[in-house]
Design a protein around this ligand. Sequence first.
Ligand code: C2E
Ligand code: MG
Ligand code: MG
Ligand code: MG
Length: 279
Amino acid sequence: VAKDAGRKRFSYFTPALQEAAQNRLRLANDLRAALGAGQFEVHYQPIVELGSGAVHKAEALLRWQHPTRGPVAPNQFIPIAEASGLIIDIGDWVFRQAAAQVGRWRAALHPDFQISINKSPVQFRVDAQQGPAWAAWLQSLGLPGNSLVVEITEGLLLDGSTDVAARLMDLHAAGIGVSLDDFGTGYSSLSYLQKFDIDYLKIDQSFVRGLNLSSKDMALCRAIIVMAHELGMKVIAEGVETPLQRDLLAEAGCDYAQGYLFAKAMPPDVFEAWLAEQT
Ligand code: C2E
Ligand code: MG
Ligand code: MG
Ligand code: MG
């Protein structure tokens, strides 16, 4: 029986799985060289204030231009970067890019411009000094902490092994904002919202997609917005693609929206040209 089970288990390792494993390995190798070779770029997606239409915020989204494959999606390479530990160096690089960018945009676009950065739970766990270190870096650029917002996901809040609350407090002490990304998809309990100090709640795009006047997604979005406001948080809707979705969210009191209806993530110069066109 044992032999049978062993053979059976082995048979699960099909050529397709082997191919996928090799592909991962190749990507992991290429990823190691990518930072030094200048293959990464940070693009910025506007975050629109629904009441006024103003754009004083953007999310930094990493882009990898692979020399032979072309663009590789973050959902494909971030997990590999996390598994190999490369995410630490990559995350630091994204942070420095975004810090420099927000300095330029505070001077050129709006004095309160704010950029949010996605922080991998892997990086969050390893780096106990992130609050003070980031604050010191911003200070060296002459920027206040509230120039940046850190986006974390619910999974991190469930992590009992890291003192997540203390690290979030460090970020806040430095003035850096905290945003809860992909809200509603992480199986975390609502009690986490009062346990941790969070400034922005980002409604996951899976709830925004199904929005219409009578849908259950509409009821969920409304409830999330009311709850977030009661707890002192601002709400950002992700993945807004249609004017109807925008209008329903605005009517429900949602503070900000982000999505292809407004713009995709863009290189800084394209972002500036886009913004100039809006007015
Ligand atoms: P996320 O932080 O939830 O980012 C939102 C994703 O939705 C982005 O995908 C964005 O391009 C996409 N998006 C925005 N508007 C729309 C829309 O209207 N419709 C649709 N269908 N999609 C929209 P992207 O850039 O491919 O990034 C995927 C994920 O990879 C991000 O999800 C984030 O978790 C991760 N990621 C991206 N950049 C970084 C980074 O610098 N560091 C880390 N640790 N993770 C990153
Ligand atoms: Mg995000
Ligand atoms: Mg998200
Ligand atoms: Mg995501």
